[in-house]
Ligand binder design. Structure first.
Ligand code: MG
Length: 353
């Protein structure tokens, strides 16, 4: 198999703020893996808070070339991904890009969607929350209007103004809210007080209320919380999930954290066997990375996969957003097509699929 990759900057419609910083674009690297005239696409999405640099991502992809060249359809994917994983202790987004591209390619070879190829129940569409970042009052109101079709809003909180933020939103909509605190609350008593108040404001779940280092404090909060709590920064991979020890009632699984769909499926299995709720989310991927997670959406309790809706220059098509839902098509693989300028050989040939 042959690996190609190129960098790409995804531009937001509005600058996007989370607890800590605001950005106007997201650096991504798109990969293409080719074999016998078919191409699988993948994505490494690198928002600054992920902590993975473009340089190390490109270096990892370059160093994985030898392994990919030797990989053949029919080889053990799990064993291959374990070898790929051992090339570096970090670079999870780069690993995810390869896993996503292999899922796309191998499912296309069998003329199946990724979901069907992985024996996941078929699901064409599902409600997703719409994310509203930390912003000025005017922009937040504007975004609430734009999100009219979405049934649930996901709010980025974690500043000293969380009360005012929720009160502002409640002046304009009564929709259920997911609140992502992004580690913003530093004291367990304050966190519990806030959760109890948010329960009265039709908040339905809370994500990463406290810093990831504060596991004991989160065990204390979760044991008393009237709302389910979800780990994000605290749980990247299966090994983190196995050590969660009741600190959260659920986990937000993201492909860029967990190295791709193969490990995400293992994490979902673990959750089902340990009474942990499953939230499928994304960093800020284009339609490529988002479609890869959407292929697993039948297995989720909650879905937050709206990232492509936040961009103006998504280079993939195929994933739809209608009536507050994310829609998959029936095309083999991920169900997305690259629209950008060609960056792999088959894109110059007539047989490009
Ligand atoms: Mg989060």
């Amino acid at each position: 198999m042959k690996l190609f990759f190129r960098t790409y900057s995804l531009k937001f419609k509005y600058p996007f703020g989370v607890s800590g910083h605001t950005r106007s674009e997201t650096q991504s690297v798109f990969v293409a893996i080719e074999h016998e005239g078919l191409t699988g696409f993948g994505e490494a999405c690198l928002p600054v808070y992920l902590g993975e640099s473009l340089t190390e991502t490109l270096h990892f992809l370059e160093s994985s070339r030898v392994l990919i060249n030797k990989f053949e359809p029919g080889n053990d994917l799990d064993a291959f991904l374990a070898k790929l994983d051992s090339l570096s202790p970090v670079c999870n987004a780069a690993k995810a890009s390869i896993d996503i591209a292999l899922h796309d390619l191998l499912a296309k070879r069998e003329n199946k969607t990724v979901a069907r190829w992985r024996n996941i129940p078929a699901m064409k569409s599902r409600s997703t929350s719409f994310t509203i970042g930390i912003d000025s009052e005017e922009v937040i109101i504007q975004k609430i209007r734009e999100a009219a079709a979405f049934e649930v809003l996901k709010i980025k909180a974690g500043t000293a103004n969380d009360h005012a933020l929720i009160e502002l939103i409640r002046k304009h909509t009564n929709k259920p809210l997911y609140v992502d605190v992004n580690q913003g609350w530093k004291q367990k008593e304050y966190a519990l007080e806030m959760v109890q108040w948010m329960k009265t404001q039709n908040v339905v779940l809370l994500e990463q209320p406290m810093p990831k280092e504060m596991k004991r404090e989160m065990q204390w909060v979760t044991a008393r919380s009237p709302l389910p709590t979800f780990a994000d920064e605290s749980v990247k991979r299966l090994c983190d999930l196995e050590q969660m020890d009741g600190a959260f009632s659920g986990v937000n699984i993201k492909l860029m954290k967990c190295t791709g769909p193969n490990e995400a499926l293992k994490m979902i299995d673990y959750c089902r066997n340990h009474n942990i709720r499953v939230f499928l989310g994304c960093m800020a991927e284009s339609s490529c990375g988002t479609a890869a997670m959407a292929q697993l959406m039948a297995l989720a309790d909650y879905v937050d996969l709206d990232a492509p809706e936040l961009y103006v220059n998504d280079p993939f098509v195929g994933l739809g957003y209608k009536k507050g839902k994310i829609w998959l098509n029936d095309e083999p693989g991920l169900g997305v097509r690259w629209l950008g300028s060609p960056f792999c050989e088959s894109q110059f040939s007539e047989n490009y699929i």
